[in-house]
Design a protein around this ligand. Structure first.
Ligand code: 5AD
Ligand code: SF4
Length: 514
């Protein structure tokens, strides 16, 4: 049996939730393929090689399944999820479904979920509650839950017991199986559950319907092996596996030919790109060097881990051009003690040294970051070290979070003596600093001319256009709609904390690039 047959031959299992009383009870339904999630299995990292499936095709027997039907996907969480939604939209369209913007109009509703923090999960459970009445009104409606939450045993158990309006649950490794899962859900009155916990495959050629025609995401790797002690991602997204460079380069070339202006290379830990290749030494620096040569105006990558950010990559980024000088570099904490408990595997000093090296080599490099406050037992002094590190680096923006325990992770078992009130107060103090430094960074652009990739009308004012600079600063300005999709020069007239206001000077292609 070849790999394609193996994949297609997997049985979709369906179960009747009302039959089950406890978690253990339902494993007996999965004798052929165990398709319920297991965090324990998800944690294992075997030695098996990554399998590449280059020839994915939609199963012919399911094409036409969506005739006369509409789909709606609501996406929660990170860019990886956004991009998975583009793939699922591509599969739906390939099966003959049409997209819709309203849940009331949809024949299939998917919630592509995020498990990173408890409040992300609560939003999904709230939404499932809202959808219950639609399911009652329309018995033909299918409701599905996919994404990271479906990889968690506790979530699946909760859905099985409480949210019986759900028709399908499938995991992050099962996206390419959507046609089979939909088919099974139509055929069966029971809930369909297919979640693989241990997966090492890379599947190429999946159809995609991208959300826009200006900026595109390109996956370069999947999964994460870092196991930071607070993080659920290595469990929900599996082991690190890199796409082959030739596949990535081909995809970027196609996007360039289609007129895309900006590419973001995606992975949970992009700096580990290529570490899993057995046949060659090839890393993110090599990939960026190859992509640098492609005629596309802007290339970004996210998310970086400081530990794997190597000199080769810095050397390549120093070439500038389409490699933008904005780096998102999550630091999480400024305290060596906390970094150690987080298992980040770098110190404050090493982080600062990395930033210094990048600033030295990459002209005009700017940094943004992710920070967690209120880690178990974080002291006031440790928190203040985070504040001082933030200032020392001069970060220009940050995503800031209160630590949220995630079941199955080592940190969730730690005793915690920090009251929630203290955590909230620390978050406020950190956010005040984040705002202060962002406002300062924005002021430096006052009266300057910036290059803006124009994405469309401003969200709050349709008379105004909006776009982003190379360093990812939002700029609102008055200009002709013909500028949408182009890079234009804008003179900044006003700098706010989180955005710039300006006047268009001229389209970049008519001017010399500064
Ligand atoms: N609690 C709070 N924040 C978290 N993050 C990841 N896991 C948790 C958690 N359990 C944050 C980290 C990461 C970002 C994507 O989410 O800062 O970089
Ligand atoms: Fe989570 Fe990022 Fe750490 Fe991986 S590197 S475990 S995705 S925080």
């Amino acid at each position: 049996m070849n790999e394609k047959q193996r994949l297609e031959g997997q049985q979709v299992q369906s179960i009747n939730p009302s039959d089950k009383k406890s978690e253990k009870d339902y494993s007996k339904y999965f004798e052929t393929v165990y398709t319920a999630p297991s965090l324990k299995d998800a944690k294992k990292r075997g030695k098996e090689e990554v399998k590449y499936h280059k020839d994915f095709d939609l199963p012919e027997e399911f094409i036409g399944l969506g005739k006369g039907r509409k789909f709606y996907i609501r996406t929660y969480g990170c860019q990886m999820n956004e991009h998975d939604t583009e793939v699922m939209a591509g599969i739906f369209m390939g099966l003959g479904y049409q997209p819709t913007d309203t849940v009331e109009d949809a024949n299939v509703i998917l919630l592509n979920t995020c498990a990173i923090r408890e409040n992300a999960e609560n939003k999904v459970f709230g939404e499932l509650g809202h959808l219950k009445h639609l399911r009652k009104e329309n018995p033909d409606l299918l409701i599905g839950v996919c994404g990271c939450m479906s990889q968690e045993e506790s979530v699946v158990n909760k859905i099985l017991k409480t949210y019986t309006q759900v028709d399908m649950i499938f995991g992050t490794h099962n996206i390419h199986r959507l046609p089979n899962i939909l088919h099974e859900a139509y055929m069966s009155k029971e809930m369909v559950l297919e979640v693989w916990s241990k997966e090492g495959d890379v599947i190429e050629n999946l159809p995609k319907v991208r959300r826009g025609n200006i900026k595109a995401w390109v996956n370069i790797m999947y999964g994460c092996d870092k196991f930071c002690t607070y993080c659920i991602v290595p469990y929900t997204r599996g082991k690190e596996r890199s796409r082959r460079p030739e596949d990535i380069i081909q995809e970027v070339r196609q996007l360039a030919a289609q007129g895309y202006q900006e590419i973001t290379l995606l992975g949970q830990n992009v700096n580990a790109y290529g570490k899993d290749f057995k046949d060659m030494t090839y890393g993110l620096g090599d990939l960026m060097e190859a992509i640098h040569k492609i005629d596309i105006p802007r290339i970004r990558f996210t998310t970086s881990h400081p530990r794997d950010f190597d000199d080769r990559l810095i050397e390549v980024l120093a070439n500038g051009g389409n490699l933008v000088e904005h780096i998102h570099l999550p630091v999480q904490s400024g305290s060596n003690d906390v970094l150690k408990i987080m298992a980040r595997k770098y110190t404050r000093e090493q982080f600062l040294e990395l930033v210094r090296k990048i600033k030295d080599k990459v002209p005009g490099a700017t940094f943004t970051t992710d920070i967690i406050v209120g880690y178990p037992n974080e002291t006031e002094e440790q928190f203040e070290e985070t504040l001082s590190l933030y200032r020392e680096v001069g970060f220009e923006a940050a995503y800031t979070f209160i630590y949220s325990p995630r079941e199955g992770t080592p940190a969730a078992k730690m005793k915690d003596n920090v009251p929630m009130e203290v955590k909230k107060e620390r978050l406020q103090r950190l956010n005040a600093l984040v705002n202060e430094l962002s406002a300062e960074a924005m002021k430096r652009y006052q009266h300057e001319v910036v290059e803006v990739l124009v994405e469309g009308e401003s969200k709050n004012n349709p008379d105004t256009l909006a776009g982003y600079t190379r360093k990812n600063k939002l700029v609102n300005f008055k200009g002709p709609r013909t500028a949408i999709g182009k890079i234009v020069k804008v003179k900044v007239t006003d700098a706010k904390t989180w955005s710039l206001t300006g006047e268009i000077i001229e389209e970049k292609e008519n001017l010399e690039v500064s």
